[in-house]
Design a protein around this ligand. Sequence first.
Ligand code: ADP
Ligand code: MG
Length: 233
Amino acid sequence: MAFLEVRNVCKTYQMGEVTVEAVNRMDFDVEQGEFVVVVGPSGSGKTTLLNMIGGMDTVTSGTIVLDGSDVSAYSPREATLYRRYDIGFVFQFYNLVQNLNALENVELASQICKDPLPAAETLQAVGLGHRMENFPGQLSGGEQQRVAIARALAKNPKLLLCDEPTGALDYKTGKAILKLLQKTCYDSGKCVMVITHNAALEAIADRIIRIREGRVDAVELQESPMDADLLEW
Ligand code: ADP
Ligand code: MG
């Protein structure tokens, strides 16, 4: 059994008279420890897919099994615990609490977890040991995203889900964040999924999942993915 199994998953949204098929019979596996890039154009269903994997949205049909548990069958209460304990989230716009400093932002997440990593050490690991007392407004975009990554990692989750994590960053800062995510994956042995519209990011993936119009177009494995340092677009 694969670490993550997505089986025949559909998601439809009813908008008045119109039915939107955001995800249409998606099917793929992901193995433990992989750095996965889910790539597709805007509107192709990437965020919808990630929200279902992360327990933020329910499937219309199909199943999602993570580490042997059927996530798609969870009750709302079970989904809350799953989001809290099992999944780390990283978003495009960081979503930090503005009136808490970097350390407090990370502690906030680790406090609700069963087996958290020490907040200060996690911030050090993302290169922010010297900025722990700064508020989000005093940090650059790249630094704020590092805090968000530390916050996700401090939960010691089974899976790290990143939705366009470099979407709001300049080229150089974006590359540094990708390098951090790739390194995190390799050092921790945890599975990291990055979703993006930027096909250049395929080069750094162990597994590429190409999405088009709500469907999986292709899945590709790469024996020796590129170091994120060397990536260019
Ligand atoms: P992507 O992340 O690849 O840009 P999304 O998953 O956000 O794509 O969206 C896929 C499709 O589903 C789009 O057509 C979008 O408008 C639609 N969609 C997403 N979320 C909702 C929602 N809550 N209600 C209605 N339609 C939605
Ligand atoms: Mg999206």
